[in-house]
Design a protein around this ligand. Structure first.
Ligand code: Q46
Ligand code: ZN
Ligand code: ZN
Length: 313
């Protein structure tokens, strides 16, 4: 396959765009798509500092690299989940550290072992909560709190088109309209919450992978050990097959949803729950104490009980 622009050997063919590009012409095309999504949904303002949530994976790495080369003033935020299985968290951290060095940009780190008193892989032992549920909750919480503490008004995350289509399909299968309302390219700033944006929303996983490889973005190739066997992987496979059969399916699915979401949103906003500050930490919540503080309290209580019934020595 040859590049459409220069006839050199192509590094990627994108059936949905009927476009093949070489290693020199692909990265600028990719960045143009990122800029287009930013402009279309008014995600970022020129001159605004952007906190990029980086996990060590290819998507968030490609995002940080692309935003930096598009001229945005970026800083990275890595959440060290403390997952020791297969050395996952340490290896991811290493990839992120190398990227920060390469871009010569600051990197901030939230360490879950310090914040929660244990890694995400140990939470189940004391709370019965599946690791991904505790992980998602804690990541959302710390992302917001870190952005506020560091004075950022916006956080960018590396969700790509495949992630978005999987989440949507998952929500549609369960008719989880409450979650669907919160699924958007931009979650605007609200009392206590900073704005969240997803500039890779219309780029496929294959596209972010090729970008990361061609641009030499360091990333951890192994997926999180807890993602193995998840429903999301099955849904991803289903969507992959639909896409292969009919290129552009994922994009039509997600685009169509965003169109309808605008109308649902108007209705949902009328019945929006009132938020108030968590009495422990100040994070916005519908109850007295936020879900994160309840999780932390649960962990601490169980650890105290454990220490009393199994005293050391
Ligand atoms: S990092 Fe966390 Fe994912 Fe790992 S524990 Fe689950 S939610 S799978 S994005
Ligand atoms: Zn070319
Ligand atoms: Zn709280």
């Amino acid at each position: 396959m040859r590049c459409r622009q220069c006839r050199e050997k192509a590094v990627i063919f994108m059936p949905a765009h009927r476009l093949a590009l070489c290693k020199d012409h692909y990265p600028p095309w990719f960045r143009k798509q990122v800029q287009r999504a930013i402009d279309r949904f008014r995600m970022l303002r020129r001159g605004e500092r952007v906190l990029v949530a980086v996990s060590g994976g290819k998507d968030s790495g490609a995002l940080w690299h692309a935003l930096h080369h598009l001229g945005y003033e970026t800083e990275g935020l890595y959440m060290h989940l403390g997952i020791r299985v297969e050395g996952y968290s340490d290896q991811s951290y290493e990839a992120v550290r190398r990227l920060a060095e390469q871009l010569n940009r600051p990197l901030h780190v939230v360490d879950f072992r310090e914040e929660l008193g244990m890694g995400i892989d140990e939470v189940r032992g004391v709370t019965n909560r599946p690791p991904c549920s505790a992980c998602g909750l804690s990541k959302r919480y710390h992302m917001n709190q870190a952005a506020r503490r560091l004075g950022f008004s916006v956080i960018a995350t590396g969700h790509n088109l495949d992630d978005e289509a999987v989440t949507l399909l998952n929500n549609v299968l369960a008719w989880n309209t409450e979650f669907m309302v919160r699924q958007a390219p931009v979650l605007p700033e609200e009392e206590g919450f900073v704005r969240k944006v997803k500039p890779l929303i219309f780029l496929e996983e294959k596209q972010t992978t090729v970008y990361a490889l061609v641009e030499g973005v360091p990333f951890e190739r192994d997926e999180c050990p807890f993602s193995v066997g998840s429903t999301n992987l099955v849904l991803k496979d289903v969507l992959y097959r639909l896409e292969a059969h009919s290129p552009g399916t994922k994009r039509r699915f997600v685009e169509g949803f965003f169109h309808w979401r605008e109308q649902w949103l108007a209705e949902a906003l009328r019945t929006k729950p009132d938020l108030r500050a968590c009495t422990v930490c100040g994070y916005p919540t519908t109850g007295e104490v936020c879900a994160y503080c309840r999780l932390r309290e649960q962990i601490q209580r169980r650890r105290t009980v454990h220490a009393v019934s199994h005293p050391a020595g």
